[in-house]
Design a protein around this ligand. Sequence first.
Ligand SMILES: NC(=O)c1ccc[n+]([C@@H]2O[C@H](COP(=O)([O-])OP(=O)(O)OC[C@H]3O[C@@H](n4cnc5c(N)ncnc54)[C@H](O)[C@@H]3O)[C@@H](O)[C@H]2O)c1
Length: 522
Amino acid sequence: MTGPTGQRSTTRIRVGAGPGTEPYEVLVGRGVLADRDGLHRLIGPRARRVAILHPRALTDTADALRARAEELGYETLALRVPDAEAAKTAAVAADCWEALGRAGFTRTDVVIGVGGGATTDLAGFVAASWLRGVRWIAVPTTVLAMVDAAVGGKTGINTAEGKNLVGAFHPPAGVLCDLAALDTLPEDDHVSGLAEIIKAGFIADPVILDLIEADPAGARTPSGTHLAELIVRSVRVKADVVSGDLRESGPREVLNYGHTLAHAIEKNERYTWRHGEAVAVGLVFAAELARLDGRLSADEVRRHREVLSSVGLPTGYRGDRWAALLDTMRLDKKARGDTLRFIVLDGTGRPAVLADPAPELLAAAHAAIALPHTGAAAADPRPVLVLNGPNLGRLGSREPGIYGTTTYAGLVEECRTLGKELGLDVDVRQTDDEGQLVRWLHEAADREVPVVLNPAAFTHYSYAVRDAVAQRTAQLIEVHLSQPHAREPFRHHSVVSAVAGGTIAGLGIGSYRLALHAIAAG
Ligand SMILES: NC(=O)c1ccc[n+]([C@@H]2O[C@H](COP(=O)([O-])OP(=O)(O)OC[C@H]3O[C@@H](n4cnc5c(N)ncnc54)[C@H](O)[C@@H]3O)[C@@H](O)[C@H]2O)c1
């Protein structure tokens, strides 16, 4: 599989896409993106144009790919999209459609998604929906996207109601996993991807577990001796499963090992946890369930805990949230017309379904992973809500002379990026609906989460927003992009200011920046 250096050669894994769709290959190796002929074959002879979607962090990789495509004679279009989940919105997809339309993108042209799973999910969705489906290539640049998100043909975006609710099955023409891309990936993101690799080990390929146990530190770094093999083996597990079940009608369910609880934790943490961290806890929970149901030995459960913690993944979760987690799991399943089902193991490599387990079994498995609240939360970044009122979703196109040219997606990206630097987990939301804003303020009060609030026009007349702000249990800073006192008289009065912790106005996006700095400092 690998050359004498363990680094240079490329492994090709075939994914049989299923009835009506072409099989495709996942290429894994260092330097696969530099192979011009391979890229040419993948884009194909019928395309004239190539659109490359990427977040800011992958600009260099996208630029190099663009230059290569241009040398090959294609017209190229680079579309920089917001980072991470901020890319998976209908508004961003609409921006991409608009750009494809302007560029005269036809049915034979090709979309390339360069980035983590969020970017490849968006790129695949844009490709699936443009002209009812154009060819696309996935260039995953995180461990998680290489072994999971980019393989299998599921594409999609999020809506206000939940994650991945809108999407399509649209397999790529090929997946290029260039291990060199991982050199710049932050360590926490790298480690998060290892949870999916470990999952693949438990459901189908125990050699993965042996390799990690032999060198856990190596698994955590792009230069680790076994990393290429771990990725190849995990892609093979996913490829084998999805090849027989493109549309998730049956066997593909085993890939959900650990995911039923993980999704509930992610939702409970308002998506401030990395996916792999939540999956790691979910794996231990599912293993405990299997042990309590007489399927798995205590040694095998211990192996789950040891292998996950050896690479730095969590194996427990705060114990005070069980009722909320259970509600979320039940509601999620109901929304999908399903009952509560868990993938469990009848031994390593032997997944099975446990449907509707007894409440006492669930509670006992939960007790086995429960942590005291303070222990779990101490190391977490502090959550902050940035709430935006009416019309702010139209930033960029709305009266730019007053509100600036930064788009709403740009505002979201700025707040999240600055939040990360300040050790805050920033969740940015916008609504045109007064009731929704009030409900979010209640949520902030109940969770004791600090808020940066731009109430927009509600500032001047909404006593409902004012009364919700008055219930705050943590810092709340009112912000405005423009200076209200320099504008129409009706904007001179804020009904919110008297109950806010502070007000910052007139500095454009700088108002939000200062507010986040104040929250981080206080
Ligand atoms: N379609 C599927 O079957 C499937 C499966 C699993 C997960 N997903 C989706 O994948 C997403 C999570 O993917 P993810 O964990 O890759 O997160 P991500 O796409 O949000 O990327 C994580 C962060 O790493 C940055 N990044 C990516 N590659 C980098 C690199 N090489 N160097 C520096 N920074 C880099 C990104 O810009 C982002 O900030 C979720 O939206 C999830 O729903 C989809």
